[in-house]
Structure formats: structure tokens, C-alpha cells
Design a protein around this ligand. Structure first.
Ligand code: GTP
Ligand code: MG
Length: 200
């Protein structure tokens, strides 16, 4: 595959949301194409990377998958500080998780970087029969608050790649000249596209 003329960028991305909403499952689906019915609850946070090509640019996402349990809340700023993008995840079958997602949006609006790309992901879209949050409600909330919204399913892979692709397209350095932001690092990424996982 030709790499000549390809720009490489890195972008720190954080996932936030209630425990059990499916943050780790979305990341695992995106980075490894896997899904587990019995995904373990995250302790602290997990770090993974994955690259994605958008037009002539390769984005290396440096992904912080945070723990949704309330006792880890105080750690969250370490992960969203300096982030270029955030995915706030809720579970479409759990109304409390939607309430929690809105709290995360508020926290990011007051504490996050000013040109943060924010996405709202209504996960577990495969569980339509158990739905509690209507997409119209989430869409309206997202529009009011400057996020973009998608329903996803880590289980079926519905909209998972699309979610990360939409984020990549919105990163400031991929916008036409004159609209550029400063949140992306210009350091060259390793040539090989690969994902990796470790714990923090
Ligand atoms: P914490 O790490 O505790 O914050 O949770 P999390 O947001 O990382 O959730 P996790 O990915 O661990 O998923 C919780 C449970 O929901 C697991 O049993 C997953 O198998 C399940 N799950 C995640 N995504 C989906 C989905 O899209 N559809 C369905 N049906 N189940 C899902
Ligand atoms: Mg997790």
C-alpha cells in the first residue's frame, strides 16, 4: 500500500459514561473486532491505540477507556485533560445512564479543552425491545449541546467504525485551512497500523 503523501496524526480520545454502558465493548469492537457477553468492568482505565485512514490522513487514536464506577470519578480529569475527542456513552435501555451521560457533558463543557470534539453514543442499539431512551430525545440534546449523536451496538458492530470515522473527520487539523485547531500532536506515528492494550 502506498504511504507516500500520507499525513499522520495522533489524537487523544477518552470514553466516559456510566458503568456497564459499553465503553470497553465499543473500544474492543473498534480496535480488535471482538465482543464479549461477559466483559469485565474496567478498573481505573485501559489504554489502547488504533489507526484509521481518513482521506489522505492516518489518525492514530490514543484511546483512554475509563472506568464508569463512581469511585473512579475523581480520576477522570487525568484522562480527558488535553484530549482531542471524547465519546460519552450511555445504554439505550438504561435511563440512569442517559442522565449520567448528560452530567459528563456538563463536566466536559466546564473542564474539557475548548475545541474538544464530543460524540454522544447511545449503545446497545441491538436491544430495541428494552429501549428506554428515544433517539429523538438524544439527538435533540446533542444538537443543543454541540455534540454529534449516533446509536451504536458493540455487539453487532452497528455504527462502531462510523462513530470513530465521524470523530476523525471533525478533528481540527482535518478541517480546511483557516479553521485549524491546536489540539492534535504533529509527532509522526509508527508506520505499522496496529492496536495494543495495557492497563493503568
Ligand atoms: P465499566 O468498565 O464498568 O465502566 O463498563 P463499560 O461501559 O466498559 O461496559 P462494558 O463494555 O464492560 O459492557 C457492560 C456489559 O454490556 C457487558 O456484559 C457487555 O457484554 C454488554 N454490552 C456492551 N455493549 C453492548 C451492546 O452493544 N449490546 C449488548 N446487547 N450488550 C452490550
Ligand atoms: Mg469498561
Amino acid at each position: 500500500m502506498a504511504t507516500v503523501g500520507t499525513n499522520q496524526r495522533q489524537a487523544k480520545l477518552v470514553l466516559l459514561g456510566d458503568m456497564g454502558a459499553g465503553k470497553s465493548s465499543l473500544v474492543l469492537r473498534f480496535t480488535k473486532g471482538q465482543f464479549f457477553d461477559y466483559q469485565e468492568s474496567t478498573i481505573g482505565a485501559a489504554f489502547l491505540t488504533q489507526t484509521l485512514a481518513v482521506n489522505d490522513t492516518t489518525i492514530k487514536f490514543e484511546i483512554w477507556d475509563t472506568a464508569g464506577q463512581e469511585r473512579y470519578h475523581s480520576l477522570a480529569p487525568m484522562y480527558y485533560r488535553g484530549a482531542a475527542a471524547a465519546i460519552i456513552v450511555y445504554d439505550i435501555t438504561n435511563p440512569d445512564s442517559f442522565t449520567r451521560a448528560k452530567k459528563w457533558v456538563q463536566e466536559l463543557q466546564s473542564q474539557g479543552s475548548s475545541n474538544l470534539v464530543m460524540a454522544l453514543a447511545g449503545n446497545k442499539a441491538d436491544l430495541e425491545a428494552k429501549r428506554s431512551t428515544k433517539p429523538e430525545e438524544a439527538q435533540a440534546y446533542a444538537e443543543e449541546n454541540g455534540l454529534f449523536f449516533m446509536e451504536t451496538s458493540a455487539k453487532t458492530a452497528q455504527n462502531v467504525n462510523e462513530l470513530f470515522y465521524e470523530i476523525a473527520k471533525r478533528l481540527p487539523k482535518l478541517q480546511p485551512a483557516g479553521q485549524q485547531g491546536i489540539s492534535l500532536s504533529e509527532r509522526p506515528a509508527p508506520a505499522a497500523a496496529k492496536s495494543s492494550m495495557c492497563c493503568a
